[in-house]
Design a protein around this ligand. Structure first.
Ligand code: ATP
Ligand code: PH2
Length: 174
């Protein structure tokens, strides 16, 4: 499975956090080499890391792509830029954040790309939506999402916010 995490906690240009997440999914679905397989619900999540910032909306999607991991990251970073990403502080507020969570069982650890995402086990805002799209798959170092949730150190609040209003066309890849 290839999974991406999406987050938004500030609004810009008259958009809502919901619009920002839906817009990012639509832009990803419009890439010729990316097909959206599954989209989780939206969750309202308490900020983790830097606590003094507005609460986030988070979601996770599963995609199919023939882009290798580094090129997929480039697409995500380009979409963040095209959406006028506002971000000044590490772990601070942003209108859109697109993280690569996992790319099948590939492990990479270079400065610009770490897979699986190393902070996944400590983030309920990732694990809870990921549970919706990953089922019982192994997602992190031999563990399923359910196993990670049982032992996570994260005690932040995550609550269901609703469905993402976005439609997309699945396409054949490769
Ligand atoms: N799995 C990954 N997904 C996305 N970016 C990654 C990943 N691994 C490393 N990076 C690098 O991290 C850089 C900064 O990413 P970003 O601004 O989203 O960090 P952050 O959201 O503040 O913190 P975090 O990495 O904890 O989510 C990116 O430019 C990218 O090169
Ligand atoms: N709840 C929540 N907290 C965060 C988030 C996020 O997406 N959701 N992203 C962060 C930087 O990656 C830091 N903290």
């Amino acid at each position: 499975m290839i999974a991406l995490g999406l987050g938004s906690n500030i609004i810009s240009n008259n958009t809502t956090r919901e619009d920002n997440i839906a817009n990012a999914i639509r832009r990803l679905s419009e890439q010729p080499n990316i097909s959206i397989d599954k989209v989780s619900s939206l969750y309202e999540t308490e900020p983790v890391g830097l606590k003094d910032q507005p609460s986030f909306l988070n979601a996770v999607i599963a995609i199919a792509t023939d882009l290798p991991p580094v090129e997929l990251l480039d697409v995500c970073l380009r979409i963040e830029r095209e959406m006028g990403r506002v971000r000044e502080v590490r772990w601070g507020p942003r209108n859109i954040d697109i993280d690569l969570l996992l790319y099948h069982s590939i492990e990479i650890a270079v400065a610009t790309l770490e897979l699986p995402h190393p902070r996944m086990p400590d983030r309920k805002f990732v694990l809870i939506p990921l549970a919706e799209v990953a089922g019982n798959s192994i997602v992190y170092r031999g563990k399923t999402v359910q196993e990670l949730l049982k032992v996570t150190s994260d005690d932040s609040q995550v609550s269901l916010h609703g469905n993402i209003k976005v439609s997309w066309q699945a396409k054949a890849i490769g």
